[in-house]
Ligand binder design. Structure first.
Ligand code: SAH
Length: 479
């Protein structure tokens, strides 16, 4: 081990930062956050440091560097871009047996400042001993994704009840068992759900004669986004990492599933059995059975679970059967497909509102308010619309939407095979057929859809004139 890791308690102690620029500013901010008394030595300060000095949060040693500055501080950081000066500071600090850090110069530093993942009071510090700080930053990114943001609150809770925990579990082994339960059991999810009182209650029960609750099964309805795994949320990733069982729809991409815990059991409930979908009731029963067996179940749905995802029904079913249910929203197809096609859903000049609709509801298309949908300053984002394109187009025209209203039909949005077909409303059915648009496809109708032609940025962008098979289709010119 090249470096001895340590966390320093600097509260109330004088420390010195030499330098008045942006780097010094960052070091000062971190030191102030720990409660140290910060002195900044430099002939000049940048505006942010000058504000801190003006407000009395730091003491400004308004001069060129003097070795006497090191006499009564506990720690010094040299953050200047003058290597000779930094070396001088390092030598002066060594003469005083003072720990010094020279920013970006491992050879002159007696201590290094690690990259940190902060879930205070839990802290993870990462160092490569100056060998490759950029790699330390990458490791930090990974840990940021994996470590639950509620961990800080969990550690604080454990700290508040530390003496009761030691009293209740005097043996080290049983105490470890308790901490394992605290980390893996129901307390952390409650903290994540902003229910600290309930979390504390469950923990106190565990400390009382009631003892530790056996593992409770749970179901998390998780939005997987439209397909690009980069559009998963951190919460979705965490849920996938913790899942014992994943019940996913057909729409969920293989790349997204690849992010799940390796040994999680994956069940495709969107699969067609003998040409038919797994019935919704069967999905309900599967969720229930696995949760009741104490498993952490993730019900993974394309897009967002509450936008045409039957998430509402599933949540109500679980609640009715006394199963805990958490919801992780996802990026819904309308938002994602629009973005990946270069279409702003609202625009000050063209569209004041957006309507997410499906022409494939439990009830027929006739329950839709066609009069309202024909408003020309409204953007329509139609889900599951491909099969009803004829009736949809006919109704909109009938109720007065202009025949030259632009549309964009986005097939396989956000995926490598994304195709965008644009044109005018009157030609929509013909163009959809001509290009054999399949599922999944999202239809955007409204003035904003025209922007797809000029603002496409995702997928293979084939020139309008090339005449070859096009991914980013520009057939508006043909109508
Ligand atoms: N809950 C999902 C919608 C499920 S309904 C969400 O919030 O996005 C299924 C419909 O969503 C598809 O028929 C299609 O209209 C749309 N859709 C989902 N993913 C899509 C994608 N990657 N590209 C285009 N449309 C998509």
């Amino acid at each position: 081990m090249k470096l001895y890791p340590l966390f320093a308690d600097l509260k109330g102690l004088p420390v010195l930062v030499i330098g008045g620029g942006a780097v010094a500013e960052r070091k000062v901010a971190a030191l102030l956050a720990t409660g140290a008394k910060v002195r900044v030595g430099a002939p000049q300060l940048n505006p942010a440091l000058a504000r801190l000095a003006g407000g009395g949060q730091v003491t400004w040693l308004h001069d060129c560097y003097q070795s006497a500055w090191l006499d009564d501080v506990w720690l010094a950081i040299a953050a200047t871009d003058d290597r000779a000066l930094n070396a001088q500071v390092a030598a002066d600090a060594a003469a005083r047996r003072l720990l010094v850090n020279v920013v970006d110069d491992a050879s002159l530093s007696r201590f290094h400042v690690p990259a940190v993942v902060d879930r205070s009071p839990l802290m993870v510090a990462i160092s490569t001993a100056g060998a490759a700080p950029a790699l330390a930053r990458r490791v930090r990114e990974t840990l940021e994704r994996v470590l639950d943001h509620a961990l800080g609150a969990l550690v604080t809770l454990a700290q508040q009840h530390r003496s009761s925990i030691v009293h209740r579990f005097p043996g080290l082994a049983e105490r470890r068992g308790f901490y394992d339960w605290l980390h893996d059991g129901p307390v952390l999810p409650l903290l994540r759900r902003a229910q600290p009182a309930e979390a504390e209650h469950v923990m106190l029960d565990a400390l009382s004669a009631l003892g530790v609750e056996p593992a409770r099964g749970s179901v998390t309805l998780v939005g997987a986004g439209p397909g690009d795994p980069g559009l998963l949320t951190l919460q979705a990733l965490r849920a996938l990492n913790q899942a014992d069982v994943i019940l996913h729809d057909q729409l969920v991409s293989a790349d997204v599933l690849a992010m799940a815990r390796r040994d999680a059991e994956c069940i495709d409930v969107g699969k067609r059995c003998a040409g038919r979908h797994v019935p919704q009731d069967h999905t309900h029963q599967l969720m229930l059975a696995h949760a009741r067996a104490g498993k952490r179940v993730v019900r993974l749905k394309g897009g967002d679970p509450f936008v045409f995802g039957r998430g509402g029904e599933e949540m109500a079913f679980l609640r009715r059967h006394g199963v805990d249910c958490e919801i992780v929203p996802g990026i819904t197809a309308a938002v994602a497909c629009a973005a990946y096609a270069g279409i702003p859903l609202t625009h000050r000049d063209y569209a004041q509102s957006v309507c997410l609709l499906t022409a494939h509801g439990k009830d027929t298309t006739d329950t839709l308010d066609w009069h309202a949908l024909a408003n020309h300053r409204l953007t329509l984002a139609v889900y599951m619309g491909v099969e009803r394109i004829d009736v949809l187009t006919a109704r909109l025209l009938e109720y007065g939407r202009r025949a030259d209203t632009p549309f964009a039909l986005i097939e396989n949005g956000t995926l490598p095979l994304q195709r965008v077909i644009t044109g005018a409303l009157h030609a929509l059915p013909a163009l959809a057929r001509q290009h054999a648009v399949g599922t999944p496809a999202l239809l955007i109708i409204g003035e904003v859809a025209a922007m797809a032609r000029d603002h496409a940025w995702f997928g293979e962008l084939v020139s309008h004139r090339s005449g070859t098979t096009v991914t980013q289709d520009a057939c508006a010119e043909t109508v």
